[in-house]
Write a protein that binds this ligand. Structure first.
Ligand code: ATP
Length: 287
C-alpha cells in the first residue's frame, strides 16, 4: 500500500462542564463528545524523500511543522525509525478555530493512517496514549462516535447509541481564543451546569428531544457576553424549529438539533439570508 485516504470527522460538545483548575494549568472537564459527519479528507502517500510534507486546501492553516498532522507523522516516523517520507494532503472542510476539534481530528487521522500504511500494528489505546501528547481532544478523535470525556478530555467512556436527527452547524466570522475562554471561566459564577447523567440516558434511549433538553455548555457564559452573535444564531435556530441550539467547545460555532429535515433546511435558508455566517452545514450524528 502506497497511499491511504481517511475521513477526519469534526466533533460537537453536547455537554461541557469545567470541574476545576489543576496544578498543571489545565482544567478538569466533564464532556459529552459527539462526532458529526462534517469531515476533512486526509490523504497520506509514502515516498522516498525522507521528509514529511503537508499540503492544505486553504492557507488559513499552517503547512509546516506546526500543523498537527505533521506532528502526528513525525511522532510515529521517529519512534519507529522509518526512513521513508510522507506527503500529507488536507482537504479542509471543518471550520478552523471553531470549537470542532479540526486540528485534533486531522492529527488523529494521521496517527491512524501512518499506523496502517507502515503496518505498525499499534492498538487503538496505544495510539490514544501517543495522541494525548499532541492535544487533549486527539484521543476522542481516534475513537470517534459518542463518548463521555473526563480529565483533560483523555479519559473516555464510549456511549452506544443510534441517535438520529439533523444538526445545523453555523460558524460566524469571528475567532474566539480557547485560552481566553478557559482563563476566564474560573472567575465566572456559572448559572447552569450540565446534567451529564440525563444526557447519557437520553443518548442511550435515542431520545433526541430529551437530549436537546439536557445539552449544556458552561463556556457559553464566558463567550456569549463578549460575542453576542453566538446568542443571535442560537435564537434564530430555535425560532426556526430547532429542539435546542448551543455553542460547541469554546466557540464560536453553534449547532442546532432538529428532528425534521425540512425545518433544518428552512433554518439554513434563514441564516443564509441573515448573512452573519462564514460557514453553514447540515450534518448528522456519526454513531
Ligand atoms: P478545539 O475544538 O480542539 O478547541 P478548534 O476546532 O477550535 O479546536 P482548530 O481548528 O483545531 O481549532 O485550530 C486551532 C489552531 O490550530 C489554529 O490556529 C490552527 O492554525 C492550528 N492548526 C494546526 N494544525 C491544524 C490543522 N490540521 N487543522 C486546523 N488547524 C490546525
Amino acid at each position: 500500500m502506497k497511499s491511504i485516504k481517511l475521513k477526519a470527522y469534526g466533533k460537537i460538545n453536547l455537554g461541557l462542564d469545567v470541574l476545576g483548575k489543576r496544578d498543571d494549568g489545565y482544567h478538569d472537564l466533564d464532556m459529552i463528545m459527539q462526532s458529526v459527519d462534517l469531515f476533512d479528507e486526509i490523504t497520506i502517500t509514502k515516498n522516498n524523500s525522507g521528509e514529511i510534507t503537508v499540503k492544505t486546501s486553504t492557507e488559513k492553516i499552517p503547512n509546516d511543522e506546526s500543523n498537527l498532522a505533521y506532528k502526528a507523522a513525525k511522532l510515529l516516523l521517529e519512534e519507529f525509525d522509518i526512513k521513508k517520507g510522507v506527503e500529507i494532503e488536507i482537504e479542509k472542510n471543518i471550520p478552523i478555530s471553531g470549537g470542532m476539534a479540526g486540528g485534533s481530528t486531522d492529527c488523529a487521522a494521521v496517527l491512524k493512517g501512518i499506523n496502517k500504511l507502515f503496518k505498525l500494528k499499534l492498538p487503538e489505546e496505544k495510539l490514544m496514549a501517543r495522541g494525548v501528547r499532541l492535544g487533549a481532544d486527539v484521543p476522542f478523535c481516534i475513537i470517534g462516535n459518542t463518548a463521555r470525556a473526563e480529565g483533560i478530555g483523555e479519559i473516555l467512556t464510549p456511549i452506544k447509541n443510534r441517535m438520529k436527527g439533523y444538526i445545523v452547524l453555523a460558524k460566524p466570522p469571528i475567532s474566539v481564543s480557547t485560552g481566553f475562554v478557559y482563563g476566564r471561566i474560573d472567575k465566572v459564577k456559572v448559572k447552569h451546569k450540565p446534567d451529564t447523567g440525563a444526557m447519557i440516558v437520553a443518548l442511550e434511549n435515542n431520545d433526541l428531544q430529551a437530549l436537546a433538553d439536557s445539552i449544556c455548555n458552561v463556556l457559553e457564559e464566558v463567550t456569549i457576553p463578549d460575542y453576542p452573535v453566538v446568542q443571535e444564531i442560537k435564537d434564530m435556530m430555535k425560532e426556526d424549529g430547532a429542539l435546542n441550539a448551543m455553542m460547541t467547545g469554546s466557540g464560536p460555532t453553534v449547532f442546532g438539533l432538529f428532528d425534521d429535515k425540512e425545518k433544518a433546511i428552512a433554518a439554513i435558508d434563514h441564516l443564509t439570508e441573515a448573512d452573519i455566517l462564514e460557514q453553514l452545514y447540515l450534518a448528522k450524528f456519526v454513531n
